[in-house]
Ligand binder design. Sequence first.
Ligand code: NAD
Length: 241
Amino acid sequence: MRHIVFLSGAGISAESGISTFRDAGGLWDTYNVMDVCSAEAFRSNRQFVLDFYNKRRRELADKTPNAAHRMIADLQREFPDRVLNITQNIDDLFEKAGCQGTIHLHGELTKARCEVCGHIWKIGYADLVGTEHCPLCKAARVRHHIVMFNEQAPEYMRLYEAVEGLGVNREGLLVVIGTSGLVLPVEEFARYALYSILNNLEPQEAIDDRVFSVHMYEKAGDAAPKIAVLARRFLNGGEIS
Ligand code: NAD
């Protein structure tokens, strides 16, 4: 059956006020990413890294989804089980928009994880102060549920399954929104799909947009209604060009 895989990055949440890696004057001008997002940094300064994510979690509390998040939620409601949502983002804007079953490849800010037993649970926007105990095994090794550099990303298995699924009977549409393509080879993924759509603010060095059936260089919120039209046409058996 025809189905869609959405794959997003930081750009989809930019209009909701969460800075991407590349925004001038954004978060990443202030922090060196390897000082706060790497396994080594966490080993050498645990509380500094926990505090960094505490700040991000607090900032998230009043952020609201934008038209692009809502567009995916609407399509999921309209076409149950035919719209899979995969994101690199750690924010909770898809959940706030009403998306179901979102796969967060790099974890979620609003969850904590026990380093001893692997249990994962919701913490909302609360800080992790380093003295918490796991509700399951009671160990005092509680951390943010976020994949940092040089750590395993178990959800990638589900991404690869979804990408392969795009090619089965050539019935899949891949929609890529707001990612520079530096972390994920989105252009390679697009080759599996019958059709593919790319939306970024501007062309990216790491992405050959000729591979995509359609590309839209504009804000995700502006592209969203156009993507929705193409998505509905595709799911109803039509062509995209
Ligand atoms: P990136 O910062 O490397 O690239 C951002 C991309 O989004 C660029 O291609 C840019 O053209 C595009 N973009 C910017 N504003 C946009 C808009 N309004 N509409 C559409 N596109 C827009 O992001 P990345 O490729 O996702 O890689 C960064 C890594 O850091 C990922 O793992 C990401 O999840 C993580 N990160 C997450 C968040 C979040 O959870 N919201 C924020 C920053 C970084």
